[in-house]
Design a protein around this ligand. Structure first.
Ligand code: SAM
Length: 394
């Protein structure tokens, strides 16, 4: 048979059954497999693992098969090297990311939230959503309300989501600390808009004591955060009011929203900061699609875009689309500084790109995307960037 046909069939099987990767990961977390191996302090045989997890006696060979799949995707490793009579499992860099006591990077709360039924079911009926002329997003169709209405109504979901956001910050913290001298130079007051539980603001305040940080978020998020620490919490709606500041931080906010909403938020931010000459700026931590040629980043970016489509109704944007938003919101210029993304934090001494753009010639979204130049020979690449937007002269 034609080998290209066989390849096509294999690709189709992968797409068809790709959900089993996700469900196997969820199963491993539900069973507590990474934690069990971590608690053991050394690699663990299949028999040991089967016994520690208290699985049904008949399920040992099934456990072997689950582990075999997750080994294939690099989540675990078999250390038996063919010399032991049975498999011997250990954690990998990937599974260490979901170990609770991994202080440098614990992504477990984020992964758990992403694998919750409320998240998963948003993508089940996407086709129905495509057929409708509804302003509702797939999350609403599946759950009866928006994500932020749900977090507002259900304290358990609220806590789960906020913990997830804190855990997703761990890689950004490193970036902020490394780049902070440059980013926060001359900044005395910073407002982290949609700053959740204040994890990022706290990192900024601790590492750059000259910056006084306020977190603005919805009442149900701000409620319960003590206001006597180094961070001030303000409850409110970013669409109606953003407190005045030298700098506004928007981390993982704008990709949640459609263009018209982003423009409204950016205008509020612009009104809240000083002019460019007086040092006012908006600092955005987001992805810039197409900013890297590394395959390692491309798939997560595309998947994240679908997460935005289904869960929040937002989108991941390329530079051209960002430029459109800044122009429409009335900013005069922007600068993108590529940072080391979650794939390469430790090894990062890699090249850094600075791209500045004038916003005098607005570009429509979706047309002629400007590709950010990258060194395609660089093995380690970035996926997340920060964008600094300066306010138009008053
Ligand atoms: C994706 S989370 C990002 C949280 C935080 N910036 C981070 O990266 O960890 C979006 C945040 O925006 C907040 N948010 C949503 N709508 C808001 C509104 N209208 N006004 C203020 N905050 C809002 C949510 O409560 C949530 O904390």
């Amino acid at each position: 048979m034609d080998s290209s046909l066989l390849q096509a069939q294999a690709g189709l099987w992968n797409l068809t059954y790709g959900y089993l990767k996700t469900m196997s990961l969820r199963c491993a977390l539900d069973l507590g497999i990474p934690k069990a191996i971590d608690n053991n302090g050394q690699p663990m045989s299949l028999s040991q693992l089967h016994s520690v997890l208290s699985l049904h006696p008949s399920k040992k060979s099934h456990l072997f098969r689950l582990m075999r799949l997750l080994i294939h995707f690099g989540f675990f490793i078999d250390k038996s090297a063919g010399v032991c009579t049975e498999a011997v499992y250990d954690l990998t860099a990937q599974s260490r990311l979901v170990i609770q006591n991994n202080e440098s990077a614990n992504m477990l709360p984020y992964v758990r939230f992403a694998l919750e039924n409320i998240s998963l079911k948003t993508s089940l009926d996407m086709a129905d959503w495509f057929m409708q002329d509804s302003k509702q997003i797939p999350f609403e169709l599946a759950n009866g309300c928006t994500l932020y209405e749900k977090t507002g109504r259900e304290p358990v979901v609220n806590k789960m989501f906020n913990d997830a956001m804190v855990s997703s910050s761990c890689f950004f913290n490193d970036i902020i600390v490394k780049k902070g001298d440059e980013i926060f130079k001359g900044i005395e007051f910073l407002v982290d808009v949609g700053g959740g539980n204040g994890a990022m603001a706290e990192v900024i305040a601790r590492n750059f004591p000259h910056v006084r940080c306020t977190v603005l978020d919805l009442p149900h998020v701000v409620h319960g955060n003590p206001n006597d620490g180094i961070i001030k919490f303000v409850s409110g709606d970013m669409f109606t009011y953003v407190p005045p500041a030298d700098a506004i931080l928007l981390k993982w906010i704008l990709h949640n929203w459609r263009n018209e909403d982003c423009i409204r938020i950016l205008r509020r931010c612009k009104d809240a900061i000083h002019s460019r000459e007086a040092g006012g700026k908006v600092i955005i931590l987001e992805a810039v699609v197409g900013s890297t040629s590394a395959m390692i980043s491309e798939e997560p970016q595309l998947l994240f875009d679908m997460v935005m489509l289904t869960v929040t109704g937002g989108e991941e944007r390329d530079e051209n689309e960002w430029k459109y938003l800044f122009t429409e919101a009335g900013f005069s210029s922007y600068k993108i500084t590529h940072t080391i993304g979650f794939m390469s934090v430790i090894e990062s001494t890699g090249p850094e790109e600075h791209v500045s753009g004038s916003l005098k010639n607005p570009i429509l979204p979706g047309t002629n995307p400007l590709k950010v130049p990258v060194d395609s020979g660089t093995a380690i690449n970035y996926t997340r960037l920060y964008i600094v937007v300066e306010r138009l002269r008053a």
